[in-house]
Ligand binder design. Sequence first.
Ligand SMILES: [Zn+2]
Length: 275
Amino acid sequence: MPNHSGFGLLSTGLIGAILLLGLVALWSGGAQAGDDLVDFKSLDKVTKGAFTGKFSNRDHQIERGLLESKLIPVYPEGADCPKIDHIYGEAWQGPVAGKFHTGTDIPAWWDDPIYAMADGEVVAKFTGERGYRGLQIVLRHSPEDTGLPVWIYTLYSHFSSMPEVEIGQRVRIGDVLGPNGKSGVPGEMREPHLHLTVSFSKSPKYARNKWLLVPMEGHYADPVALFRGKMPIDTQAMRALPKSERRVKIAYKLETGKIVPPGAKIIWPFACDPD
Ligand SMILES: [Zn+2]
């Protein structure tokens, strides 16, 4: 019965194909279930206008907190930390005039270790072929990681060589991410420094392409605001704080590994030397 066995072969093949398709669907579904990655198309207009160069819109940037916060970092007495020179929200002069600084710049020595500011997960690595950010990585910190009830992203730029951490890897507060440098900085424009951008969202979801990561319904924050250790951290609220509350004490790690004050969940991204 050649027809019968032919049918048998065909149906075996079909069942095999259906099983395989099912497995592929299960596998890709499983990979996405543990992942909060979304498509750029699902970002709202204001988020796109605030975070992407392509749709850049100053009103949307302001709405999402990209302006000076008026916060003042209070560095420790008895320890010397690399300090901010260019503040968050600053209007740039020079080659990128008309743009606003999305983070803070902290100059430090070549190859000084840059620390994870809190427990978190590596969610992006960028080589920075477009723009002036050079080698970058992004960490995402859950509410449990920081004690703050939002999802926080810390972006570290200009490493002298690509950090060896991998996407999906968990890091602990104070772990060395990579060496300080000036990758992406044109010519002799600047000394080695860390450009640090902080953003946050109530949602754990984010979009990512080869060049940038954008939190869904994301807001920018002055990195100094994280050291308040409590909400709010958004720029509009920071600007409305009474003068007495604008000074924010920096928590940090000594080169010995000791965190000051003990138990701090967010620390300065460079070691502070004891005096
Ligand atoms: Zn910068």
